[in-house]
Design a binder for this molecule. Structure first.
Ligand code: SF4
Length: 64
């Protein structure tokens, strides 16, 4: 299966600038998982801009 990077980029809500993993969802998930985090697309648009990808932030986000 070919990488769907260009297609993924059309729907990627992450605003973090200059990330080399943007649109490469498998690498994005791997990176954040290894850091005990979640990818930016798990957060609402306002929280995403904080660039805090922690699970604690995700849970806090879900309570809003
Ligand atoms: S969520 Fe993280 S790894 Fe994924 S594109 Fe955004 S900054 Fe990069």
């Amino acid at each position: 299966m070919e990488c769907q990077k260009e297609k993924n980029l059309e729907n990627c809500p992450c605003t973090y600038p200059g990330c080399p993993r943007k649109g490469i969802c498998c690498e994005c998930v791997k990176h954040h998982r290894e850091n005990g985090e979640l990818p930016g697309c798990y957060f609402n648009s306002e929280t995403e801009k904080s660039y805090d990808r922690s699970i604690e932030k995700f849970i806090e986000d879900q309570k809003k």
